[in-house]
Design a protein around this ligand. Structure first.
Ligand code: NAD
Length: 257
């Protein structure tokens, strides 16, 4: 039975990925912020989806030691670390000249550096197993920019570069590393962003959805959590062994423009 760690899986895309891998029979290590009783309810619900075991580890992605412990705990409990999904992320939307320093630092730490710490701890285990799948949830903002998202765009471009480097280092050890680059997905992260973007651009929230968000995606539709989770499950499979170092857009055509 294979084991997956998904950072930031108490909500949104990470939770959808956890559900899909649990349904496919993986042991799942959930992680993220939230109220303990709600997290336990989520854990129990995800555990009911498949034959694997589901545990929660509360590592804060701002704390490298806790990220290392997340990997160690997983290895000690399940004996392997087969798939890791650096997914945890936050957003802040503001002009660069007004961008709060602590927001810059937190976004770089959670959206980029936490992936480095996770991979750094898992890579020796994956090399030893001669199998590993590293699937970062980057963003269309790993490939193109938007105004007022300096830290997020820098972090996501960084993730794409990190995956290329790790792909080269893992290539002869059965370890692949790829970035999924979603367009807009309706999750709590985007709901907050709609309000912030409205403020930064002086627009109504309705106009942000139609003129900013869906304008970026030629299909005029949100990407769904289930679609991203399906691609992640494919990238974890043996059939995806030769896909490595790739940044795969799932963005309704956004980055084709
Ligand atoms: P979300 O807010 O629903 O989920 C974010 C998760 O990260 C939550 O589980 C949260 O608890 C966790 N998290 C935040 N700070 C943390 C910390 N310090 N330590 C541990 N966990 C922490 O957001 P989402 O939309 O599901 O985003 C998931 C990933 O997908 C992010 O990396 C985001 O940048 C990326 N993404 C989202 C979209 C979108 O439109 N929603 C598009 C492209 C990429």
């Amino acid at each position: 039975m294979k084991t997956i760690i998904i950072t930031g899986s108490t909500s949104g895309i990470g939770l959808g990925i956890a559900e899909n891998f649990a349904s496919a029979g993986y042991n799942v290590v959930l992680n993220g912020l939230g109220k303990p009783d709600e997290i336990e309810a989520t854990r129990a619900r995800v555990a009911d989806l498949g034959a694997g075991e589901v545990i929660f580890h509360g590592a804060n992605m701002l704390k490298p030691d806790e990220i290392t412990d997340l990997v160690k705990t997983t290895r000690d409990k399940f004996g392997s670390v087969d798939v890791i999904i650096p997914n945890a992320g936050i957003q802040h939307v503001e002009k660069i000249e007004d961008f709060p320093l602590e927001k810059w630092d937190a976004i770089i730490a959670i959206n980029l550096s936490s992936a480095f710490h996770l991979i750094r701890a898992a890579m020796p285990i994956m090399k030893q197993q001669e199998f590993g799948r590293i699937i970062a949830i980057a963003s269309a903002h790993g490939l193109v920019a938007s105004p007022f998202k300096s830290s997020y765009v820098a972090a996501k471009h960084g993730i794409v570069g990190l995956m290329k480097t790790v792909a080269l280092e893992g290539a002869e050890f059965g370890v692949t590393a790829n970035a999924i680059c979603p367009g807009y997905v309706e999750t709590p992260l985007v709901s907050g962003q709609i309000a912030d973007t409205a403020k930064a651009r002086g627009m109504s929230e309705e106009d942000v959805i139609s003129d900013v968000i869906l304008k970026a995606q030629p299909t005029k539709q949100f990407v769904t959590v289930e679609q991203i989770a399906s691609l992640a499950l494919f990238l974890a499979s043996d059939q995806a062994a030769q896909i490595t170092g790739a940044a795969l857009p799932m963005d309704g055509g956004w980055t084709a423009q």
